[in-house]
Design a protein around this ligand. Structure first.
Ligand SMILES: [Zn+2]
Length: 322
């Protein structure tokens, strides 16, 4: 998981989308995967068969029309645990909240018990985003826009460091429905997230950047060639970024799709959608839109944050990188 991720940049017309690495993490391999698709060969980059499921962390950089835009902002700066964290080391007093998080996501008790047993396999390495950004030739103060696909902790992490704005001159864009859900008067209990990732809730970590937030409540153009489309279900305000130039398009899917297997096997989902049914409908609509292979897609969680295309042949969908 430590390859040169920036090398997986994609040209879209005269724009370039550069993956900005923040780290990676593992969770126990979801047992239902094998039942759904015994042929995991195309997915071995992130389900290598060692009992773990590997997932990347980070964001994507696009320069356009004099703007410097970062789409998603990783899990965040190293904190008390220096960027390496194992959920088995979480405070035992808050583990019940971890179980409750999965119940809120509609998961059954077998699943809850499996994830509790798998805490030792929930291991996070993060904190590289600043170095990755600088390696791509951008200083944090040069970023003009940070656009968050949603407000889960692994997408908004670098918005602040030590409670102060990390991107000092940037607007921070987020859908109004996620701002209301995560930052409103009645925020969700994110203790489960703290167990899993070892970080404070989004509301706590966003507090130092509230003055930078700009919300949108309809599909909008953020900058030339960058549009946001509401795609709710994973969270109320989840949104997809569409990057377009000279007749070409790419989509950054946030957590609407976590991994290619969720597109080739639509009954599989990676366990963490707040509104399961709505998330499923949103996902199906998206899949129908992109299954002709015309649009490159990626998410911060794809292996190497690599772009690929969904295709169809003989009535079966498959995903191909590049
Ligand atoms: Zn995520």
């Amino acid at each position: 998981m430590d390859a040169d991720i920036a090398a997986n940049a994609l040209k879209v017309g005269d724009l370039t989308i550069t993956p900005i690495d923040d780290g990676w993490f593992t969770i126990p391999e979801p047992p239902q995967i094998k039942a759904i698709d015994p042929d995991l060969e195309p997915h071995r980059a992130y389900i290598p068969g060692d009992g773990l499921f590997y997932t990347q962390l980070g964001g994507f950089l696009v320069r356009t029309g004099g703007r410097v835009v970062l789409l998603d902002a990783g899990l965040g700066p190293p904190c008390g645990h220096c960027g390496d964290y194992c959920a088995a080391d979480a405070d035992p007093a808050i583990l019940g909240a971890f179980d409750d998080m999965w119940r809120r996501f509609g998961r059954d008790e077998d699943f809850v018990a499996m994830r509790r047993r798998g805490l030792k396999d929930t291991v996070i390495h993060h904190g590289r985003l600043e170095a990755s950004l600088r390696a791509a030739g951008v200083a944090p103060e040069e970023v003009t826009d940070v656009v968050l696909s949603h407000l889960h902790c692994d997408h908004m992490g670098w918005v602040t460091r030590d409670d102060k704005p990390f991107f000092q001159h940037a607007d921070v864009w987020v859908h109004e429905a996620d701002a209301a859900h995560f930052l409103g008067d009645n925020p969700p209990d994110e203790t489960g997230t703290k167990v899993m990732f070892g970080v404070e809730p989004a509301g706590v970590r966003m507090a130092g950047a509230l003055g930078q937030i700009r919300t949108f409540d309809r599909d909008i153009t953020i900058a030339p060639g960058i549009d946001m489309r509401h795609a709710p279900g994973h969270t109320p305000g989840s949104a997809i970024a569409i990057v377009s130039s000279q007749g070409q398009r790419a989509m950054l899917l946030g957590d609407v799709i976590h991994c290619p297997l969720e597109m080739t096997n639509v009954e599989f989902s990676l366990m963490a959608d707040l509104d399961k049914d709505l998330a499923h409908r949103t996902k199906l609509n998206l899949i129908r839109e992109i299954e002709d292979g015309a649009v490159h897609v990626a998410s911060p969680h794809f292996p190497g944050m690599k772009f690929g295309r969904l295709m169809q042949a003989q009535g079966k969908r498959y995903f191909t990188y590049g």
